[in-house]
Design a protein around this ligand. Structure first.
Ligand code: RIB
Ligand code: CA
Length: 315
């Protein structure tokens, strides 16, 4: 039996976050030791509620710690409710039925440090939302880095889009925290936005999952109101799932060593932070530049097929 990887996930659920959490749990390859909640796809209240709801639904017992309700050094940023819907889970409104579980009292940055320190081995941090709490922890605990295996993050783009830097959400929501994490020197794995577009789920894919069981129905309902305009009516981008897929199947990823740094772009309309990637400077990150989409989809749906046995659901 393959050993499971122990990880901490930073997330702002979020439709693709929810799919990533489902895949992480159903893949049978991952042990989530702690969920750290960020604001982003919706308010921190909504993303926390969504995380608690999902863990209850998936019968997964993991501490849920709440992060800051604002970026590290900026005023509140705009939430992505146009993409993920009013409450953050697309067509699923968890506010109708409040979760019975509560988050832990310990703030996310402290809970992350305690979990890292308590672990017998270094842990990977998987950031599929703004990584504010990672930066907060690195600034607050100067020995934290020695407990971290790597930070695998969904964010940025592998190249410029339409000839200019692209305002990818996780990076532009809180650029200061990205700068802190990159400059900390912690081992980094970048999963850029393009992979989630390459691997988008089409309507047939979503319909296939819908008929597996009640989890599949919820999955399909989430995607009903999820609008990633790049993929538009073709289907749904799955950015965050690709980040978990790096952990479960790195052999199906094309990975290059590159140099990443946070930069700012400004034009007459706006100024935003983005990750500049280049390959002719000292590498400081692994960059996932491509992925075997067919194997990705096979492994994702194979994991969803496991839900009946894992959750003892009668389909
Ligand atoms: O740009 C994609 C990222 O922003 C994903 O993590 C998605 O969930 C949103 O948070
Ligand atoms: Ca996310």
């Amino acid at each position: 039996m393959n050993k499971k990887s122990d990880i901490i996930i930073v997330t702002d659920p979020g439709v693709d976050d929810a799919t990533a959490l489902m895949y992480a749990i159903f893949s049978n390859k991952i042990n989530i030791k702690l969920l750290c909640i960020a604001g982003g796809n919706s308010s921190i209240e909504n993303t926390t509620n969504n995380a608690l709801y999902l863990m209850e639904l998936l019968k997964y017992d993991v501490p849920v710690a709440v992060g800051l309700d604002h970026p590290l050094r900026q005023e509140k940023s705009n939430f992505a409710e146009k993409v993920h819907g009013k409450c953050g889970l697309g067509g699923v409104n968890v506010n109708v039925k409040k979760p019975s579980t509560k988050p832990i009292e310990t703030p996310a940055c402290d809970a992350m440090y305690e979990t890292l320190k308590k672990s017998k081995k270094k842990l990977s941090i998987v950031a599929i939302g703004p990584m504010t709490c990672v930066a907060e922890m690195l600034e607050k605990y100067n020995d934290a880095q020695k407990y971290i295996q790597e930070v695998i993050f969904m964010g940025g783009t592998k190249e410029k889009i339409y000839g200019r830097p692209y305002k990818e959400f996780n990076i532009s929501f809180d650029p200061d925290c990205v700068d802190v994490v990159i400059k900390s020197g912690v081992p980094l794995v970048m999963v850029p936005m393009e992979l989630g577009h390459f691997a988008y789920l089409n309507k047939k894919d979503i319909k296939a999952v819908k008929h597996i069981n009640k989890i599949g129905k919820l999955f399909a309902k989430m995607y009903k109101k999820y609008h990633d305009f790049h993929v538009g009516s073709y289907g749904a981008a799955v950015h965050d799932v690709c980040t978990i897929y790096y952990l479960t199947h790195p052999e199906n990823m094309k990975i290059e060593k590159g140099h990443i740094e946070l930069k700012y772009y400004q034009d007459e309309k706006e100024k935003f932070g983005y990750i500049d990637t280049c390959y002719d400077k000292e590498p400081n990150a692994l960059i996932c530049v491509d992925m075997d989409i067919l194997r990705f989809k096979y492994d994702l749906f194979d994991a969803f097929d496991e839900t009946n046995s894992i959750l003892q659901i009668k389909s």
